[in-house]
Design a protein around this ligand. Structure first.
Ligand code: HDE
Length: 682
């Protein structure tokens, strides 16, 4: 006799398989009648090989994964629109920049570099900032980072760099972090890494949100106008919310509190209609200016400070739609620095030159076919035609026999196929000279002046964070000979930095490294500091509001309105997630206290009845909630009753800590000045 459960599953099958009127079918369109049970010989007998439904389903599932990206594996993506806000036809024929007001669809993917696809969002790492513009002249991919320089100068060093920073080959760890032997061993031997390393040790590498990061094209490119005149250009994205960062302790706690902290923030902001925006700016300069600089504009380890070549804002990007499917869009997106459009050209930057073939190559290994451009997320939105044919997974069905060129098929009345046009892409004319040799230009030889410029552009608190990151990372290095070697480089960047890191490590100050080229003192750039350019706003910021049974509804409503009025959002945290009876009403909290630590918020408030506050003062989660908010330099607003929790945490009223009525103003910033009393920074 068949067991009862058989009848139940069988009975449900028909109903559960309907969705929006669709019938469940195989990949070949054959309708299913039962998606619960495989075909068996007898109710408790073996499964039959004949079961094509089971076989197809399991076969497809077994092959769901594709190789993850070798770097930048973990990414979050969104669709949007780019608007040209200032046409620049005098500089470039690029059609997307030809007309003020012109809109171009974009797809953007942000990523961490070192971690795997399933790693966390908030490690200390560079972030990828890749934009695919679907222009009417084909796809332009600006595949940049949130740090304006790169670790190496020549593509031939990329596999070494990446091998050194990814998990160690024998151990398989660490995932998503640079604080380990092999990375710092590589750094100690490669002073060209130092400029990017000092950025990566600064707060730039722990962004508060993907919406609060700058983006940079990194390399120098060229703009080409209708007269064929070429000028150098560097590309920048400036977030409308301003640049904001986390503090290190917070970023490590976030790895536990919410692995998807950045991905969720981006997704939720877009779902809420709070669309992230960036200004698009360019630095345009000519050969004469390039020649006047004490560094080489083709060297990707160098910036040109905004004070020397100012930024011109020419566009705005708005991300307004989440992907419908993570795999189809995010995972299968293929960015190619070699995708440029007429009016934009490469420079001879040797790193960029290497990237031009690497990305095409990697897509073949990741997506399995030269026809990856036909995947919807990668396909241009303008018509495209050529005589490339066939290949694995070809989905186009070209007609006729014109698959070669030149041909005279038109003379026989046949379609001759597409032809090259004078309006098409033209490589900018550039003089090159010199013999064929494996060589690094001498003009690439100064590795210390720009890290010094960066160090000197930071606020004292940012310097303390940066020096402390060096101490933290080098403390994780087991190879003892590597630590003084890194410090020796830091001493050349800045004597004080080197000494601070040596002291933090508890080692003797070594002799400074011997630079190939003596560094010079370059003018600091005010644009590089995050704290110095902090935008005091609640926009994009979230306040965690701790309430409990009997909390005053009127106060909660008042505070919520004040925060929302300033563009912020409120997340209500309570000891229990169920509906909460309040004085004057009720509410359903957004999160439970133990699962909603204050690391998740930009500021906190407590509105509690004295009896509940007394109870919570004995709860480590509540005390930790305020202690962490304080230690992460956030504003705290409280009612009279809840001071008992602050007392327990040893926190007194002061800058950024006070009555909840002030919070909508005080939570617009962080309290950096609080930090020296709180932790022993290098
Ligand atoms: Fe990449 N990089 N890279 N890179 N990169 C990849 O391409 C590579 C470099 C960057 O969201 C890979 O499709 C070489 C600089 C981003 O899909 C790979 C060199 C900059 C992304 C690759 C560099 C970047 C990648 C891995 C030195 C900033 C993610 C998967 C010559 C300007 C794109 C893939 C996405 C991805 C190679 C250096 C940014 C392996 C050989 C410099 C944002 O092809």
């Amino acid at each position: 006799m068949a067991p009862k459960s058989y009848e139940t599953a069988q009975g449900n099958a028909g109903e559960t398989q309907q969705r929006g009127g669709e019938v469940l079918t195989t990949n070949h369109g054959i309708p299913f009648s039962d998606n619960q049970n495989s075909l068996r010989a007898g109710a408790r007998g073996p499964t039959l090989l004949e079961d094509f439904l089971l076989r197809e389903k399991i076969f497809h599932f077994d092959h769901e994964r594709i190789p993850e990206r070798i770097v930048h594996a973990r990414g979050s993506a969104a669709h949007g629109v780019f608007t040209c806000t200032k046409a620049i036809p005098e500089l470039t024929v690029a059609s997307l920049l030809a007309e003020t007001g012109k809109e171009t669809p974009v797809f953007v993917r942000f990523s961490t570099v070192a971690g795997g696809a399933g790693s966390v969002d908030t490690p200390r790492d560079v972030r990828g900032f890749a934009v695919k513009f679907y222009t009417d002249q084909g796809n332009w991919d600006l595949v940049g980072n949130n740090i304006p320089v790169f670790f190496i100068q020549d593509a031939i060093k990329f596999p070494d760099l990446v091998h050194s920073v990814k998990m160690e080959a024998d151990k398989g760890y660490p995932q998503a972090g640079s604080a380990h032997d092999t990375f710092w061993d590589f750094v100690s031997l490669m002073p060209e890494t130092l400029h990017t390393v000092i950025w990566a040790m600064s707060d730039r590498a722990i962004p508060r949100s993907l919406r609060m990061m700058e983006g940079f094209g990194v390399h120098t490119f060229r703009f080409v106008n209708a007269e064929g005149e070429a000028r150098f250009v560097k590309f920048h994205w400036k977030p409308v919310l301003g640049v904001q960062s986390l503090v290190w302790d917070e970023s490590t706690k976030l790895q536990g509190a919410d692995n998807d902290y950045h991905r969720r923030d981006l997704y939720e902001a877009i779902e809420a209609g709070d669309f992230p925006e960036w200004d698009f700016a360019v630095q345009v300069f000519d050969q004469e200016l390039a020649d006047s600089l004490p560094y080489d504009v083709l060297d990707p380890t160098k910036i040109i400070p905004e004070e020397i070549v100012p930024l011109q804002v020419i566009g705005r990007m708005k991300l307004n739609r989440n992907p419908d499917n993570h795999f189809a869009e995010n995972e299968q997106s293929a960015f190619l620095p070699s995708n440029i459009v007429p009016g934009i050209d490469f420079s001879e930057d040797p790193l960029l030159q290497g990237r031009l073939f690497s990305y095409l190559d990697t897509q073949k290994s990741r997506l399995g076919t030269t026809n990856f451009h036909q995947i919807p997320i990668n396909a241009p939105k303008c018509p495209y035609a050529n005589m490339m044919r066939d290949g694995l997974m070809q989905t186009a069905v070209p007609k006729g026999r014109a698959n070669y060129e030149p041909n005279s098929l038109d003379q026989a009345g046949e379609d001759p196929g597409p032809r090259a046009s004078k309006q098409g892409f033209v490589t900018a004319k550039a003089e090159v000279s010199g013999g064929k040799e494996r060589i690094r230009a001498e003009s690439f030889g100064d590795h210390y002046s720009q890290p010094r410029l960066y160090w000197r552009s930071l606020t004292e608190n940012e310097r303390a964070h940066t020096a402390s990151s060096f101490v933290f990372e080098l403390s994780k290095v087991g190879l003892e000979h590597v630590r003084p070697k890194v410090v020796a480089h830091l001493l050349v960047i800045d004597q004080g930095l080197g000494e601070r890191v040596a002291k933090g490590l508890g080692i003797d100050v070594p002799a400074p490294a011997k630079p190939f080229k003596e560094p010079v003192d370059l003018e600091p750039s005010a644009a590089l500091s995050i704290q110095g350019n902090w935008k005091e706003t609640l926009k994009g910021r979230k306040i965690g509001l701790l309430v409990a049974e009997g909390s005053d509804k009127e106060s909660i409503d008042k505070l919520t309105a004040a925060i929302e009025g300033e563009g912020g959002s409120v997340f209500v945290v309570a000891p229990k997630i169920g509906p909460l009876a309040l004085k004057g009403g009720s509410l359903v909290p957004d999160g439970q206290l133990a699962g909603s630590p204050s690391a998740l918020f930009d500021g906190i408030a407590m509105i509690l009845m004295p009896d509940q506050a007394q109870k919570l003062a004995k709860d480590a989660a509540a005390v930790g909630f305020v202690m962490d908010a304080y230690a992460h330099l956030k504003a705290i607003g409280h009612c009279k009753g809840s001071t008992v929790i602050l007392d327990r945490a040893g926190i007194e009223d002061g800058e950024g800590v006070g009555p909840w009525e002030d919070l909508a103003q005080t939570a617009k910033k962080r309290y950096w000045a609080r930090e020296p009393e709180l932790r022993d920074l290098a």
